[in-house]
Write a protein that binds this ligand. Structure first.
Ligand SMILES: [Zn+2]
Length: 82
């Protein structure tokens, strides 16, 4: 199997969603996701989880919810979905 960029795309999907990547970094990942069903599913799952967690944190107090916790919650959620 050739290197299609899945590892890189999946490793960076969270940062991409949080807007933590510069244009130069995100462009090839966005392009890969647009052309790869597996990575698109991953991105969509991560996006909806990010929304759910973000909304929950907004209701509480965003200041009480550090990024590391958000990340853990999202990764845990992703793992449980599989
Ligand atoms: Zn892929």
């Amino acid at each position: 199997m050739s290197d299609c960029g899945c590892d890189k795309a999946k490793a960076n999907v969270y940062e991409l969603l949080r807007g933590e990547l510069c244009a130069e970094e995100s462009a090839p990942i966005r392009e890969h996701i647009a052309n790869c069903d597996g990575c698109r599913d991953e991105r969509n799952a991560c996006a909806s989880l990010t929304e759910v967690v973000k909304r929950a944190c907004d209701e509480e107090n965003i200041a009480n919810c550090p990024p590391e916790e958000l990340r853990d919650a999202i990764l845990k959620g992703l793992r449980e979905r599989v």
